[in-house]
Design a protein. Structure first.
Length: 140
């Protein structure tokens, strides 16, 4: 992925961030995911007074892509107003692994800092279907 393509994805994440619904925390996050088809899906965090019902921007973007028939995700940008880049939470990392262990994750802040890792680098020992089958095969 070229630097220009990465910046385009970050721009889409920043655009999505403006739509965040964050009345509880005031912490607005935007995400944009690039599917293998070339389509980009965006998402923002959507908070809820019942915090367990809150959904992160990364998962909103991923779920939109999956619900539109995508199954291979290539890259995801996440952007927020943080000191340094905005890393995805653990649940988002697990969701990324499900649909693209090699997906590039571009973490960005509003000051122009960027850091790129793969989903596997962000979650080095993930729980996967393969692991689940291996564990289940030893059940008594």
């Amino acid at each position: 992925m070229s630097p220009a393509q990465m910046e385009h994805l970050v721009a889409k994440a920043l655009e999505a961030r403006r739509l965040a619904y964050a009345p509880c925390s005031g912490f607005a996050v935007g995400a944009a995911v690039l599917a293998a088809s070339g389509r980009i899906y965006t998402g923002c965090n959507v908070e809820n007074a019942s915090s367990g019902a809150t959904v992160c921007a990364e998962r909103v973007a991923i779920l939109k892509a999956i619900s539109e028939g995508e199954r291979e995700l290539v890259a995801l940008a996440v952007a927020a107003e943080t000191e340094g880049v905005c890393p995805p939470c653990g649940i988002c990392r697990q969701t990324m692994i499900e649909f693209g262990p090699q997906m590039l994750v571009i973490m960005a802040d509003l000051a122009g800092r960027r850091e790129v890792r793969t989903a596997e680098q962000l979650l080095p020992l993930p729980f996967t279907r393969t692991r689940m089958r291996a564990e289940g095969s030893h059940a008594d």
